[in-house]
Structures are given as C-alpha cells and as structure tokens.
Write a protein that binds this ligand. Structure first.
Ligand SMILES: NC(=O)c1ccc[n+]([C@@H]2O[C@H](COP(=O)([O-])OP(=O)(O)OC[C@H]3O[C@@H](n4cnc5c(N)ncnc54)[C@H](O)[C@@H]3O)[C@@H](O)[C@H]2O)c1
Ligand SMILES: O=CCc1c[nH]cn1
Length: 485
C-alpha cells in the first residue's frame, strides 16, 4: 500500500486544519486488506459550532463577490484537481476500495468537470426583467446562505464537488460532512480550494457519523441541506430540515429497471447491463439492477452476460489491471451476501457467483440471478452490491408496469432500435434520470436525481442553480399610486 500520509488533522475550517481529539475515533481502512489508512476524530459540538460560525462569517463577503470572481476560483480548483488526479485517485481507491482503473476516470475527474462547469456559468447567474406596462419588475438571484452537504461513501470526492460547485457558484458557503467511511478526499478538496484562492470559511469539512450530520441539519444558521445517502437517512434528514423550513436536495437510493427489447443491439445492451451492475462492485445508486429482458432473446442475452462477467479481473484495486474490487465495508459485504442467500431461498436461479471471493477480504463475486420475480427481495430492495437480477417480459406495456412498480424512482434505461418506442418508454418511466441505448452516464451538463422515494431536487447542470439560490422579486412602480379613498 502506498504511504498516503495521515491528514494534518481531522477537520478543515476557515482555511486550515483543526483537531479536537475529544471526538469519537474514526478509522478508515483499505477495504482490500483491512489495513488502516488514516485515523481521525469525529467532530465534537465545539467543532460543529466552529465550522458553522466560520461558514456564517464568510457568507456576506463571498456573496458580494461577482460571479466572475467566484467562477475563476472554481475553475482554478478544477485545474489543480486535474493536475493531481492520480494522487487523488489513489487516495479514493484506498478509502473506497474501488479499482484505480475506475477512480482515475470517474471520481476526481467528475469533480473537476463539475467545478469547471459551475465556474463557467457563475458569471451568468442573473435574475430577469419583467415589463408590466409602464411599470416593471425584476428578480434578483440570491444565495441561500450557509449550506450543509452530507455525503455517502461510494463517490466521496465526486459527491463533495457535486454539492460544493453549485453552492459556491451561487454565493453560498458550505460545511461538508463526508461519510464516516471515506473521510479523506474532501479534506484534499478543501486544501485545493484554498490553494485556488477560495476565501477562508467558504468551504469547510468536518468529520463524523450520523449524529454530526444531524447536529448540522438542526442548526438554525443553516439554510439548506443536501444529502446523498440511503432512503431511511433521507427520510430523517428531510423531516429534520422541514422543522427549520430549510431547502433540501435529497439524492437517495434506487432499484432501477433496465429494459432490453428484442430489437436491441445485444453487444451494447450486454455491456450496459455489466456496467449497470458491476462497476464499483455494484455500489452505485443509479444501477440498473432489475434487468428486464424480452423473452425471445433472454437465453442468448444471459449467456453473453455470463461469459463476459467471468472475465472480470478481481484483485488489488491499486493494480490498474483490476476491474472489480471489494465491498467498502464488512457491513456492506454482509448485506450483499445476505441478499444473495435471500435470492436463493426465494427461488431465483443462481447463474454465476453468489459467494465471497476465494481471495478473502471483503470481495463478493459478481453475481447473476435469473428467473427473478417481481416480489422477490432481490427485485424490490436496494442491495448496493454486485447482484444482477434477470426478469423476463413479453410486452412493452407489461415491462413498463413492472418497471414502475417500486417505491424508488432514481433511474431507468431502455435498449431498443425502435426510436419511437425508446421515447415512448422513457416518457412512461417513473424515474428522474433515464438513458436510451446506454446506461449510467452522468455528465455534469445533465441534471441528475430521482423521483418518488429516491429524492428531491437535482444535482448538476443549470437545474442545480435553482436548488442553491432563490429569487427576490422587485416591483417598480412608475406612478401614480392610486387609492380607493
Ligand atoms: N442518489 C444519489 O445521487 C446517490 C449517490 C450515492 C449514493 N446514494 C445512496 O447512498 C446509500 C449508500 O450510502 P451510505 O450507506 O453512506 O448512506 P447512509 O444513508 O447510511 O449515510 C449517508 C450519510 O448520511 C449521514 N447520516 C446518517 N444518519 C444521519 C442523520 N440522522 N442525520 C444526518 N446525517 C446522517 C452518514 O453519516 C453519511 O454521511 C445508498 O442507498 C445509495 O443509493 C445515492
Ligand atoms: O452513485 C450515484 C451517483 C453516480 C452515478 N454514476 C456516477 N455517480
């Protein structure tokens, strides 16, 4: 394992590292071996208060800067991230266990894209002029104030950037709490933003468990909370935010359908099904874990997916040849194996995998089930592991009804060569993010987010601006003012 240094301290507040070793210990381990990567402390009440005080104090002067000035800093940070992509990717691999092959292209790189995108549009964030006869009105786009970001562990730096970039572009300040399992890369992001010229206090990172997230959400100085996490956590955080009438973005879990019609390009659909289930060892919110395949092509499709999945290179994530890594934690490993057992017990046919990998550690084999029915646990509940379920279907109407029969609504995909059908199907999907003839691509230019229990609001693209700013309306009377008496 490379000698990645322990961060200078656990938290980053007001442009510098801060420690308070009265906090609960928070240890991060390399999921491939269990070795300790870093040992930190969760925030104490005093650290939570320090971070919010810093963010509150920095608010007015950051908001008063022009969008161009703010944007320049974000774009500079994007450049620095790209220069340090390898170092950041290694850190992300050590924290998450995701293959370096992936983190080199999908994690810090996506964060840089996001900072660049919002850096570029910061100068153009304006209100509008509304002519009302000789009177007129205009709107002023204002920041919300102090925002709180709370992250999941699967895309740590990407999540931090997807929240920080639009928040900061709009003139807000942010306190970000990474997942307790992946605390490291957000601290690097904070260092990089400082190096790029971000004023102290505008972006702060504090570590902690759910309790720390809860303390941030409850604080009266906070105007907005953006959470990436599970649906149960989302329900709690949304309820707590509602008490303070705070704005929210909720990026939550999913159980997304991927529909493969018999006229689809099979090679492309097989690749998409593999990406949609086994990238990041299945630990992606938008994964297409319910693969509905039209009956006529099911045997061939299944055979091809199986054959290609057997070629997965399972190994040390730091080896760039590895394309399938371990689960993030013992808990996620246990959850995944317990769902595999439920799939077997409830009558699904195990086609491939299904066991802990013989390498040991937290590896679960890429697993494929066929003969899955809509009522099975593996078809209804989010597993967040490498478990692909095949469900046969006959007609479009049937597939859509079954695809939408879920509490989740994060994402959905369709493979067909019939253009009319493709658009008809996505129009009927009850999901916030849809793909036609591809899957899981999340460019910054496209809004990302879910409907139903999968979330509220959108990240990325111009849509995110609406979730990090609000409009003040100003009516201008040109006279005279009339009154009834
Ligand atoms: N929609 C998306 O964009 C997206 C992206 C990635 C992951 N996810 C989802 O995240 C989940 C996996 O991540 P996880 O296990 O870290 O999720 P989680 O819900 O357990 O935790 C997410 C974060 O919330 C914090 N938290 C927990 N309880 C809290 C509380 N009461 N108040 C405030 N904060 C609290 C945690 O400390 C962590 O930082 C999956 O369900 C996955 O689908 C969604
Ligand atoms: O994990 C959810 C967000 C995501 C999807 N693809 C890349 N990141």
């Amino acid at each position: 394992m490379p000698n990645i240094k322990q961060p200078e301290a656990s938290h980053y507040i007001n442009g510098q590292y801060v420690e308070d070793n009265a906090g609960t210990e928070l240890v991060t381990r390399y999921p491939a071996t269990g070795e300790v990567v870093a040992s930190l402390y969760a925030a104490t009440n005093s650290i939570v208060d320090h971070a919010l005080t810093a963010a509150d104090a920095a608010r007015a002067s950051w908001a008063a800067m022009t969008g161009s000035e703010r944007g320049r800093i974000l774009r500079k940070a994007a450049d620095i991230i790209r220069e340090r992509n390898r170092e950041l990717s290694v850190l992300e691999t050590l924290d998450t266990g995701k293959p370096l092959q992936e983190t080199l292209v999908a994690d810090a790189a996506s964060g840089a894209d996001c900072l660049e995108y919002f850096g570029a549009i910061a100068a153009g964030l304006t209100g509008e002029h509304i002519q009302l006869g000789k009177d007129f009105a205009y709107t002023i786009r204002e920041p919300l104030g102090v925002c709180v970001g709370i992250g999941a562990w699967n895309y740590p730096i990407q999540i931090a950037c997807w929240k920080a970039a639009p928040a900061l572009a709009c003139g807000n300040t942010l306190v970000f709490k990474p997942s307790e399992m992946t605390p490291l890369s957000a601290l690097k992001l904070a260092e990089i933003l400082t190096e790029a010229g971000l004023p102290d206090g505008v972006f702060n990172v504090i570590q902690g468990y759910g309790e720390t997230g809860g303390a941030l959400v409850d604080d009266s100085r906070v105007a907005k909370v953006s959470l990436t996490g599970s649906v149960p956590t989302g329900r709690k955080v949304y309820a707590a935010a509602a008490k303070g009438m705070k704005h929210v973005t909720m990026e939550l879990g999913g159980k997304s359908p991927l529909l493969i019609f018999d006229d689809a390009s099979l090679d492309d659909a097989v690749s998409a099904a593999i990406n949609a289930n086994f990238y990041s060892s299945g630990q992606i919110c938008s994964n297409g874990t319910r693969v509905f395949v039209q009956k006529g092509i099911l045997p061939e499709f299944l055979a091809r997916v199986k054959e290609r999945t057997q070629k997965a290179i399972i190994g040390d994530p730091l080896d760039e040849a590895t394309n399938f890594g371990p689960m993030i934690s013992q808990a996620q490993f246990d959850i995944t194996l317990s769902y595999i057992q439920k799939g077997i017990d409830e009558g699904a046919t195990l086609v491939l995998g299904g066991k802990a990998h013989h390498k040991g550690g937290l590896y679960v084999e890429p697993t494929i089930f066929s003969d899955v029915t809509d009522d099975m646990s593996i078809a209804r509940e989010e597993i967040f592991g490498p478990v692909m379920s095949f469900l046969p279907f006959d007609t479009e109407e049937e597939a859509l009804r079954r695809a939408n029969d879920t509490e989740f609504g994060l994402a959905a995909g369709v493979f067909t060569s019939d253009l009319t059908r493709a658009h008809r199907v996505v129009a009927a999907f009850e999901a916030g993010t849809c793909w036609i003839n591809t899957y899981n691509l999340t460019p910054i230019e496209m809004p990302f987010g879910g409907t139903k229990a999968s979330g509220v609001g959108r990240e990325n693209a111009k849509a995110a601006i609406e979730h990090y700013s609000e409009l003040k309306s100003v009516y201008v009377g040109m006279g005279p003012v009339e009154a009834a008496f």
